[in-house]
Design a protein around this ligand. Sequence first.
Ligand SMILES: [Mn+2]
Length: 277
Amino acid sequence: MKAVKQYKTVIISDVHLGSEGSKAKEVTLFLKSVTCETLIMNGDIIDGWQLKKGGSWKKKHTAFFRTILKMIENQHTKVVYLRGNHDDFLDQIIPFSLGKSFTIQRDIILKSGKKNFLITHGDIFDSVTSNMKWLAYLGDVGYTILLSFNKLYNQYRSWRGMEYYSFSQRIKQRVKEAVNYVSDFEEKLVELAKANHCDGIICGHIHKPDMRKIDDITYMNSGDWVESLTALVEDHKGNWELLYFLNENHFDLEDEDLEEIDDEAFTNAKGVFMSVA
Ligand SMILES: [Mn+2]
């Protein structure tokens, strides 16, 4: 028997296929581990910006879409692709539909039990998207590395007889700005849900998985498949969960060919997921 989990809805976002950091194999393994009635890909699935700059389309990226096609074919999954800022090339064709099973849209309202959730990528309030670049510094690891780099850099400067340069002060300021950006982002999206008479908002974009109440509005962020490796799932009773990917089966994810990890190998595997909350 297949060790798959059955859900009503699965939501992923920010896979950034075509960019260096995209965890295409991990997300494909995840999709192989679930079945669902509706799969929502909430923006930045394909990184059109990176591909334009010379990022490359690889086999594993094709494998990702092949897995989605299989879900449509074998499980009759309805797939909704919502555009994000990195796949804004889709703006030219939306709304687009291929029969009933595949649509590309800007946003949708999802009914979950008695509740209505507004689902949108989340970039609509970005005036200058380049501000997002240093959001990466929010990660503790990156911040720690930068701080130790600051120490080394100043050792070098003092050795050269140069005065102290507070690199960390600059980073701290940026981190503060990033934190402000995030809380601003959450607030604005909650307002958007209210304006649309919805009980909750489901977004992505800031690569920060989350699930909580803000002002009586449910705020859910599906995170990303660059660093967090997370997905939002809804069971058949309307309960939502945030899942984190764990490669407990030690699939060789360095291997270029995902075909090696075929359906059968997966069938015998333990779950690759741990759930939180
Ligand atoms: Mn985005």
